[in-house]
Design a protein around this ligand. Structure first.
Ligand SMILES: Nc1ncnc2c1ncn2[C@@H]1O[C@H](COP(=O)(O)OP(=O)(O)OP(=O)(O)O)[C@@H](O)[C@H]1O
Ligand SMILES: [Mg+2]
Length: 483
């Protein structure tokens, strides 16, 4: 399937260089107003207020009936009851409740009420609908009345609300108690994984000042493939060809990027280039990676339990992984002292290993690694530290979520060794911004920098003969500008 990149990459087509000199001043970027923040007309505001009232009324009815449900339903049977039976029973109690309360509901409202109650009883209440919605990537809750979602790279405020703080806390409790954790004033934050694999974090008062904060990174069943990422403009075919050679010839790769920039997605896609016969071991805090190979040993770290015991850190897992005879080690995200073992593994025969790091540029990710080494308490002169990093890591792939919400591979940088005390690196590909349109959308293109890969010889020896044009075609900047 990926052979396409190996044998004969499509010719790279780049924009006319004359068109791309335009670089943007920061002011222009700031002027591009995000959509949805425009002023609203009085009519719109009134309509919104009305809708809010309607929702509030429905919410109150819902809470009342929910209370009845809890009193009437056999709670222990909920988990085992068939959905149809449950729906029927809840329907009956709901109709009775609505009747007794003397409220009149439209057919649409009735249907919504029933669904909401089902969600409340069997699922996670108001956010259940967001969990079902496949276009939603992230769910971010700031207290009971503000529920944001991220869709197609854009953050939007939803109409969804919890009745009050207690309602929100009840849902949080439902989630964390299901995984045997607890969250309360004495331990106000918790990480968990939802049943569907989504990543969940909650911070409750008093540390959360204006009400509980919840962040959910939805688990996407279908991780984006190399093809899809190219289609979405995350990088281009030339870069994919290069990356395929890099992974196949076992370079050690660090994917660097900010929060939610697509690090895990990129790592996952890159892993697709690993041969089917290799033994891969993955280490993560929350198992997110979905490797296509058969021979994958997945491991997940464990936080300490309520008594503060039983912690298994990524570092523990990594040390153990070295005894599991892996061909490659993939660490979902390096964020602490496991960096030392990671570098050591990369340096001692587990080449072809990969990880992600939270950093804003290739240079910055080296600094981050230095930082993590220092924080772990190991005393090492800076030069030795950098030497370790330079000899362990071959490639840094920088991903970024741009201001318009699009996610791009903004740079592919090779680490070539040390020059004095400095880690020397060279950028091979980058994303060049051209202009921002009126909608705030960033237009740009990918371009090789014109530098020859330091690994060209290695690629060749492994049978990945990349055409020279891959690194030179339509270079926008002269290499002198880069130095
Ligand atoms: N190129 C892309 N185009 C569109 N969506 C993308 C792209 N890359 C990633 N995404 C989506 O963005 C979301 C965040 O991606 P991902 O989890 O890979 O980011 P991350 O950098 O690992 O985040 P975190 O810092 O939270 O670990 C996911 O829902 C993913 O499907
Ligand atoms: Mg991630």
């Amino acid at each position: 399937m990926f052979g396409r990149y190996k044998s004969k990459p499509d010719p790279i087509t780049l924009e006319d260089p004359a068109k791309v000199e335009l670089t943007l001043e920061p002011e222009v970027i700031h002027k591009a107003r995000p959509k949805g923040l425009d002023e609203k007309t009085p009519e719109q505001l009134e309509a919104e207020a009305k809708e809010l009232k309607r929702q509030e009324r429905l919410m109150n009815i819902r809470m009342d009936i929910h209370k009845r449900l809890l009193e009437t339903l056999n709670l222990s049977a909920i988990d085992t009851a068939a959905e149809a039976d449950l729906r029927r029973e809840i329907g009956a109690i709901t109709r009775e409740g609505v009747h007794e309360m003397g409220v009149v509901l439209s057919a649409v409202e009735q249907k919504q009420l029933l669904q909401d109650l089902m969600d409340e009883v069997t699922g996670l209440g108001p956010i259940e609908v967001l969990l079902r919605d496949e276009t939603v990537n992230d769910i971010l809750i700031n207290g009971p009345f503000q529920v944001f979602v991220e869709r197609f790279g854009k953050l939007e405020l939803t109409k969804i609300r919890f009745k009050d703080e207690r309602h929100l806390l009840r849902i949080i409790d439902k989630i964390v108690s299901a995984v045997g954790r607890r969250v309360d004033e004495s331990h106000p934050y918790v990480d968990a994984r939802l049943e569907d694999g989504s990543r969940f974090n909650a911070m409750v008062p008093p540390c959360a000042v204006d009400g509980a904060l919840v962040s959910i990174r939805k688990f996407s069943k279908e991780k984006l493939s190399i093809e899809e990422l190219i289609e979405f403009g995350a990088f281009n075919e030339a870069m994919a060809t290069y990356l395929q050679a890099a992974v196949a010839t076992r370079l050690n790769i660090v994917v660097s990027g900010g929060t939610g920039s697509g690090k895990t997605t990129t790592l996952n896609a890159l892993s697709g280039f690993i041969g089917a016969r290799e033994r891969i071991v993955t280490i993560e805090d929350t198992a997110e990676l979905q490797l296509q190979q058969i021979h994958v040993g997945r491991m997940e770290s464990r936080p300490p339990n309520v008594e503060g015991k039983g912690e298994v850190s990524q570092r523990d897992l990594l040390r153990n992984a070295l005894r599991m005879r892996p061909d490659r080690i993939i660490v979902g995200e390096t964020r602490g002292d496991e960096v030392i073992d990671m570098l050591q593994a990369m340096n001692t025969g587990h080449d072809g290993s990969m990880t992600t790091i939270h950093a804003n540029s290739a240079r910055d990710s080296v600094a981050r690694m230095e930082n993590m080494i220092s924080m772990s308490g190991i005393e090492m002169p800076l030069k030795a530290m950098r030497g370790q990093i330079a000899s362990a890591v071959n490639l840094i792939v920088q991903v970024s979520r741009l201001t318009d919400g699009s996610r791009r591979m903004v740079s592919i940088t090779e680490i070539t060794g040390m020059e004095g005390e400095i880690v020397s690196m060279q950028e091979i590909f980058k994303f060049q911004r051209d202009y921002i349109d009126d909608e705030g959308k960033i237009h740009g293109h990918f371009t090789p920098t014109g530098l020859r890969s330091a690994f060209a010889e290695r690629f060749k020896q492994w049978g990945y003969e990349l055409p020279m044009t891959l690194f030179t075609e339509k270079t926008v900047y002269s290499t002198a500008d880069e130095a």
